[in-house]
Design a binder for this molecule. Sequence first.
Ligand code: ZN
Length: 134
Amino acid sequence: MNKIEHIGIAVKDLEASNELFSKLYGKPPYKSETVESEGVTTSFFDVGPNKIELLEATNPDSPIAKFIAKKGEGIHHIAFDVTDIYAEIARLKEEGFTVLNETPKDGADNKLVAFLHPKSTNGVLIELCQEKPK
Ligand code: ZN
């Protein structure tokens, strides 16, 4: 695994949170994107070498809606940049981690992504992400 690529924060109201985090970082998000298959609308802030992703549910069945209902707003996942997501998934499975999707899927911000179940990582949802060739 390379660096922390971004930290995902679950929010109830993306518009209000965009405003809040723009004040916090002193700049607006550089992109906003809906990933319908994941039931989320996201926005991304560039903060030094890492990014912050805000996530709002697009429907009540969204994993983000369920997360907020259970735990409230807050840090949802930590994403790590990987060079070869397929190799990394195979390695982590071998090490005994529970990979939620063994085939990487399209995520926001031009990435291939896979998630590790928080039960196998001390309660932290881990995202692996690899930049897709443009
Ligand atoms: Zn993410």
